[in-house]
Design a binder for this molecule. Sequence first.
Ligand code: MN
Length: 351
Amino acid sequence: MNLATNLLDTASNVMRSEAAQSTWVELAALDLIVVTAHRSPDGDAVGSVLALTHHLKEAGLNVEAVLPDRFPRNLAWLPGSDSIHFFEENPEATGELLGRAELIWCLDFNGPGRTGSMEEALRTSPAKKWVVDHHQLPEDFADHLFSDPACGSTCELVFDLIASWRRLESLSQASAICMYTGIMTDTGSFRFSSVSAHTHLVLSHLVGLGIDHARIHEQTFDQRSLNQVQLEGHALSDKLYTWMDFGVALIVLDLETLERFNYQPGDTEGVVNRALALEGIHVAIFAKESKGGLFKMSFRSTGDLSVRDIAAEHFEGGGHRNAAGGIYHGSTALSLVSHIESQLLHWFPRP
Ligand SMILES: [Mn+2]
């Protein structure tokens, strides 16, 4: 059995298209290619940007990796992360790069608005935009749109793209490490329902290249600061509200609490999943005050209950069925607790 062919047989349909395959030959003629992702980049965003950047650079192309803003500390070990340009830290030079690019790969986001203050520079750049993404309802802003909301991560789609180019033999360890990390973080370490037999074939191929997968888990998840662990402990013991009749849990952290534990970006990553892991809880909500009176929210659910709809209709947000985000305007953490409590009957069917 030819493994490379078999991998492509089970790949996402969007990457088995003529359009995906033919992007490879177009790349050779370009003088400058930029690869970018969404604001507040997570493991899948950073992983996919670096994986594709590595692969194209190794093929001799002129490529720059750009992100709207910085990634969490636990991703700093990723190979190539020190070569990323951050738009918010240097808008002029990075904006110039976006303006000069002939092609911008837009990874892991479904609309220019997801790039924050970089949106204008992205929209006005004359570059072609090619999107690889797995979020619902992509906006119509791309010259090529490779979108598959059924796929668990953008990194898996980038792997499929490289497979469609028939270039898996050239996949480097650096690129493989970045892809493995993105698949791992976007699938809750390979446990979400979006994980497929194909996902495991992809992982098998990556591990087969000799990458140290145990070390990837360790570097990503087991390098937490004391403040971070203690903030999580405090959140679970003092800031957790549950409504067991409805299967709903809520954690709210205000600015004062965050400051007390010297909060750094990424420190509360995964706290929402601790609430979801409670027996009898099917919806977990995490809210963190980001500036006075503005709370950023994360929603998680299990099964058929869609938190995307709740986030979209009531919290100016959106996302996936079982994982969504939004915002809440309110003067105190307790006002959000009361708000959720008053809406339980309307939003959540009793399990
Ligand atoms: Mn993603």
